[in-house]
Design a protein around this ligand. Structure first.
Ligand SMILES: Cc1ncc(COP(=O)(O)O)c(C=O)c1O
Ligand SMILES: N[C@@H](CCCC[NH3+])C(=O)O
Length: 443
């Protein structure tokens, strides 16, 4: 049972990758928001995602405090439910959505549409119509075809706020699949080749569109502020050319998200305070040089807000030696966390729920899904006496795990439980076999 009043020791070197309030529980367990993980595993079953509401809200607040004059938009693609949308709303943040589904969920959660930013390299006519119907604040245009398409849908009495997504020509991000700042990928319009400037001219020609600024998103899991600083002069130079050519002074600049977190002890995370200080200074300097007023900054962190707020909990089902490896197979895997298979990500795993032997060794922790690539961690250092029935917990599990989860092998997705002040509340229930068959038309 929760015992928030009894002080427990912190997690030492591992603390940095766990929610700030995570503590050693009794008998080798770890508690999050005052609740021990083993008791949550018992109550809700495994695999299980435990989301610390306080950690998420504190992260939202840290960004707002670091950048009080900016709009902070949570990137919902990292993980979005109605409860998460309502926390984002209550914390005064904006919300970045990139699909009809994310948009409708946000609206259903009572998220104010004027604080929503709609993204996407392709937006379907339905998405554009829904965005206009709900009164979304900004639509980020990603290609020239979208400009006239959107303008044709805006009612004559209205002017839709838009941004133009540009490619500043900067490579950043943890893996090729998530680098979006250069021209060899599908998002945005190139600054270098003039496509961005041409798109801006077309937008300015559309009386039903109101160009509020430029947008760029360099990539994801960026742990240094340097790429952002390198983008600023390029973006400001483009803003100056727009002013010179069209007389339009753009009031906003959106630097996208991509702020990296630590997944394993010792890894570096992008600090919002340091980011804010450096970006604010460089932006002010670049604008002064270009004789432009400093635009209102927008940033769109997803992973940095939700990633460190959740922990995945798995049950060990099998320990088996094959060849030169000892495999520890758990009841989750690539379905709830496709990141190791997609990007070579390596979560850190820890035995919880009991004291393990002092002696440790290296295990290969694998999932239960039908491919050899379903490896959660090729090199997990765990107590030597690990055995079936044990619980393994992986911190920093909040971003791009459950939001990218699949039903491969017709296995239902795990539940997500929100924890706060010693209480747990189911947020997403476990997907059942009945859910999995629900789309089937009688045959
Ligand atoms: C336009 C845009 N904004 C924000 C994000 C959020 O990225 P992250 O979760 O890495 O902060 C993404 C995804 O990379 C994105 O494509
Ligand atoms: N899915 C990626 C991040 C993509 C960011 C969204 N554009 C990851 O897990 O790292």
């Amino acid at each position: 049972m929760p015992s928030p009043s009894s002080p427990r020791p912190a997690l030492g070197a591992e603390q940095a990758v766990w929610p700030a309030g995570a503590r050693h529980g009794g008998g080798g367990d770890v508690s999050v928001a005052g609740i021990e993980l083993a008791s949550l595993a018992e109550r809700f079953g495994t695999p299980l995602y435990v989301l610390d509401e306080g950690e998420f809200r504190n992260r939202c607040r840290a960004y707002r405090e670091a950048l009080p004059h900016a709009d902070i938009a949570y990137a919902g693609k990292a993980f979005l439910t109605r409860a998460v949308a309502s926390w984002v709303r209550d914390e005064g943040l904006h919300l970045d959505v990139c699909s009809h589904g994310e948009l409708e969920l946000a609206v259903a959660a009572g998220f104010p549409a004027e604080r929503i930013i709609l993204h996407g390299n392709v937006k379907t006519p339905d998405e554009l119509r829904a965005a206009l119907r709900h009164g979304v604040g900004r639509i980020v245009l990603d290609n020239t075809a979208e400009i006239s398409r959107l303008a044709a849908l805006v009612p004559t009495y209205d002017r839709q706020g838009v941004m133009v997504r540009v490619i500043p020509g900067i490579a950043a991000g943890a893996h090729k699949a998530v680098r979006t700042g250069t021209t060899d990928q599908k998002f945005g319009l190139s600054v270098e080749h003039g496509a961005a400037e041409n798109a801006v001219a077309r937008v300015l020609d559309q009386p039903r569109l109101r160009l509020v600024g430029l947008h760029c998103h360099l990539g994801s899991q960026i742990t240094s502020v340097r790429p952002f600083l390198a983008a600023i002069p390029r973006l400001v130079a483009l803003m100056a050319r727009i002013r010179d050519r069209h007389g339009a002074v753009l009031p906003e600049l959106d630097l996208g998200g991509g702020h990296g977190i630590a997944y394993r002890p010792g890894e570096h995370a992008l600090d919002p305070g340091a980011f804010a200080e450096d970006v604010t200074r460089h932006l002010a300097r670049a604008c002064e040089k270009a004789d432009l007023p400093v635009p209102r900054l927008v940033v769109e962190p997803g992973r940095a807000l939700i990633g460190p707020a959740a922990v995945a909990v798995y049950r060990v089902l099998v320990v088996k030696r094959t060849g030169c490896r000892t495999f520890v197979a758990v009841d989750g895997g690539m379905n709830d966390n496709p990141r190791p298979a997609l990007y070579g990500a390596r979560p850190s795993l820890r035995l919880v729920g009991r004291e393990g032997s002092a002696a440790t060794r290296t295990f290969t922790v694998v999932g239960r899904f039908c491919e050899a690539g379903d490896v959660l961690a090729p090199d997990a250092v765990l107590p030597e006496d690990i055995h079936p029935g044990d619980l393994l917990a992986a911190p920093a599990a909040g971003a791009y795990q459950m939001s990218m989860a699949s039903n491969y092998n017709l296995v239902g997705r795990p539940p997500v439980v929100a924890v706060r002040d010693g209480r747990a509340r189911l947020m997403l229930r476990r997907e059942t076999t009945i859910d999995l068959m629900a789309r089937e038309v009688p045959w």
